[in-house]
Design a protein around this ligand. Structure first.
Ligand SMILES: C[S@@+](CC[C@H](N)C(=O)[O-])C[C@H]1O[C@@H](n2cnc3c(N)ncnc32)[C@H](O)[C@@H]1O
Length: 220
């Protein structure tokens, strides 16, 4: 049977319905975020669950997220950390960061989340100096798509052997899909996908969940 537009929409909705269970805090978070003026661009609950599962399977103690928004994906990642673990999450917009900090507190994960306000490419050098090479178990990219190749170059040396690079929107975003070759975000996502896929130290794949999630593991 061939994939059709209708079938793709049905499949995406089905995945959210069946694998998108979430508690009251998470299920209301983005409604409250939008009421506070934040854009409705968080990952879906099934992608959130994938983040939690991968963080937990990796037995992650230290994770880094680029693009906090209202804290939705960060809460999923924080819930997958080992006891005593820490998530550093980077957000450029103060309004988003303030909202997210409140959410980390009400979700009961503020003790393990360290929110850094700033543009990722400005703050990543300091984070690299602070943590050192091979210090991160999980990295999740979800900020500006055209910057993904630069995020990759900055975070790659920080990922431990056995650690993961994860990225949202590697197949599409609100205004583009991977088959629109004239779009700058699409071209950056394609460049990023190929950089990770061709890195001999990583094994990687993109899963077509929602708008595509890349999963790469440092093998050595
Ligand atoms: C797609 S949203 C993140 C969604 C979030 N990961 C979630 O699923 O709940 C992207 C976020 O990245 C932030 N952002 C944009 N440019 C940034 C930059 N240069 N550095 C860090 N964050 C940035 C935006 O303000 C926005 O909050």
């Amino acid at each position: 049977m061939d994939m059709t537009n209708d079938r793709w929409e049905y499949t995406s909705d089905y995945m959210k319905r069946v694998f998108g269970r979430q508690d009251a805090h998470l299920s209301n978070l983005m409604t409250r975020a939008v009421e506070s003026g934040l854009p409705d661009i968080a990952v879906s609950a099934d992608v959130g669950r994938l983040l939690l599962l991968l963080t937990s399977l990796t037995r992650a103690c230290t994770a880094l997220e680029i693009g906090t928004l209202g804290g939705y994906s960060g809460i999923w990642i924080a819930r997958g950390l080992q006891p005593g673990g820490r998530l550093i999450t980077v957000e450029a917009e103060r309004k988003h960061a303030d909202f997210a900090q409140q959410q980390f507190e009400t979700a009961g994960v503020a003790d393990r989340v360290d929110l850094r306000l700033g543009k990722a490419l400005d703050v990543l050098p300091d984070i690299a100096t602070e943590l050192g090479e091979a210090s991160l178990d999980v990295v999740f990219l979800d900020a500006i798509k055209v910057e993904y190749p630069d995020y990759w170059r900055a975070v790659c040396p920080l990922i431990k052997p056995g650690g993961l690079i994860l990225a949202d929107n590697v197949l599409g975003g609100g205004s583009w899909w991977i088959d629109n070759e004239d779009d700058a975000s699409r071209n950056a996502a394609d460049e990023f996908n190929r950089l990770v896929a061709d890195d001999p130290d990583f094994e990687s794949v993109a899963v077509p969940l929602r708008q595509g999630v890349l999963i790469g593991r440092r093998m050595r």
